[in-house]
Design a protein around this ligand. Sequence first.
Ligand SMILES: [Fe+2]
Length: 309
Amino acid sequence: MNPKDPSKRPPAAGRPAFLGHGVGLRRDHFERVLAGPTGVDWFEVISENFMVDGGRPLQVLTRVRERYPIVLHGVSLSIGSTDPLNDSYLEKLGALARRFEPTWVSDHLCWTGVGGHNAHDLLPLPYTERALDHVVDRVRRVQEKLGRPIALENVSSYIAYRHSTMPEWEFLAEISRRSGCGILLDINNIFVSARNHRFDPMDYLKGVPPEAIWQFHLAGHSDKGAYLLDTHDHAIIEEVWALYREAVRLFGPVSSLIEWDDRIPPFETLEEECRKAGALQREALPEGPPARGAAMSAPGASADREVAR
Ligand SMILES: [Fe+2]
């Protein structure tokens, strides 16, 4: 093995098991997913949609979980806010995680409100030492409360702060190093932010620690001319696939997920995007991903999931 060739690098130690290629579980596809085997390996679930006492979504999730590994992905942690952590939210999230045993729990590196007001958006932080200390302390407290490490995702952004003292990738890497949290690297968000803020997306990929990369997100965005907008409403563009290929070469096999949240297509379209991600991974890593058993032994992974490939 040539250690200088990133495509020959083994999966980084400390990373959770490789789950394969998955999609977000959306209401439009409940019937299709329950009807039989699919071409996807795992599902990502929006945590807040299942923080309820009963009803059909929970029934569906119970049945999906019997067959597939899942990951809980939240949008309300607001890890960067100066408001106190929301204990009641964390209790509900902890209960959901104990019930469904996700392979991991994730949210975003952002703030979503302050002073009790919710901005209903994933807002970027100033990348300063002070903000770093603040976020690291909160991540540690969240992980203690949940009894498990979490993963944080880079958001797409349209503004930057004049007083930032480091690039986003350095901030994210340092949060992971100091708190022990994983990184959910959204490849499309890197592409969108790189264009909006005029940086080289490869600098981002090279600036984060490989062992901390737990998951990739892939999604479509919209070109508004003066800027790119993260819309998740159509297919992944070729430049984002090309960046994904580079990420796979750098980090090895990383559980990857297709995000499609608006103008949701037939399930077959998502299966096709999953197949494409798998093909690109095989192309980037000719030696192939780790043995299937590695994914099957993932913490919380079901041994009898229906996987078509
Ligand atoms: Fe994402």
